[in-house]
Write a protein that binds this ligand. Structure first.
Ligand code: AMP
Length: 217
């Protein structure tokens, strides 16, 4: 069964963790624009070079660049066949409208937009404690989900790091950007009857359970 899902919510709400759980259950493509961008920065591609300064300061990468990136990923064969979980896209109304047009061109429709709700204080607490593995994308938390061996990824043995944009000042900026540019999407999807609210402070499989309960997976 395929599922076509958008994950919404502030940075640190657990979009990546919930997406990984959904993927574990059903092998649906997990498209994280943040991961694609970080990989592009690492490989110093044209997109990576253009995006880096925005990412470092917690600002949004321009819409045209993001829409082009998502378009080239979405037209790959696995998406129409097996569905997708979009994690980190759309982040503006312009991006949401572009996604609607793209899906229409592909004769696909969205099943659900899951909004992971969480307080600012919890976001700051989580993100300052978050550690990630740049090699395989695994996500840890030094307090609640530490690696078995300090600094070493349980999944692939790579070195686990703190993202540059998980420093407190940048987090505060990302939250402000989220409120101004991304939170209007809650209304956008609510009006289309696609919005489902999930408690982001709860366990990492609340999204899976919600999708199962509405018959999406
Ligand atoms: P994330 O890992 O989703 O928190 O994304 C990290 C950073 O990548 C964000 O703070 C933005 O600078 C950039 N980014 C990711 N997705 C988008 C998007 N859809 N639109 C604009 N910028 C994005």
């Amino acid at each position: 069964m395929s599922a076509r899902v958008v994950l919404l919510g502030p940075p640190g709400a657990g979009k990546g963790t919930q997406a990984a759980k959904i993927k574990e259950k059903r092998n649906i493509a997990h498209i994280s624009t943040g991961d694609i961008l970080r990989d592009s920065v690492k490989r110093k591609t044209e997109i990576g070079l253009a995006a880096k300064s925005y990412m470092d300061s917690g600002r949004l990468v321009p819409d045209d660049l993001m829409i082009g990136m998502i378009r080239s990923r979405m037209v790959q064969g696995d998406i129409a066949a097996g569905g997708f979980i979009l994690d980190g896209f759309p982040r503006t109304t312009v991006q949401a409208e572009a996604l609607d047009r793209l899906l229409e061109d592909m004769s696909l429709c969205l099943d659900a937009a899951l909004f992971l709700e969480i307080s600012d204080d919890e976001v700051v607490r989580r993100l300052t404690n978050r550690r990630v593995c740049p090699s395989c994308g695994a996500i840890y938390n030094v307090i609640v989900r530490p690696t078995k061996a300090e600094g070493i990824c349980d999944a692939c043995g790579g070195s686990v790091i703190q993202r540059d944009d998980d420093k407190e000042q940048v987090i505060r900026n990302r939250l402000m950007v989220y409120r101004e540019r991304t939170s209007p999407l809650i209304d956008y999807y609510e009006k289309r009857g696609l919005l489902y609210r999930v408690d982001g402070a709860k366990s990492s499989d609340t999204a899976v359970r919600l999708l199962e309960s509405i018959g999406v997976m």
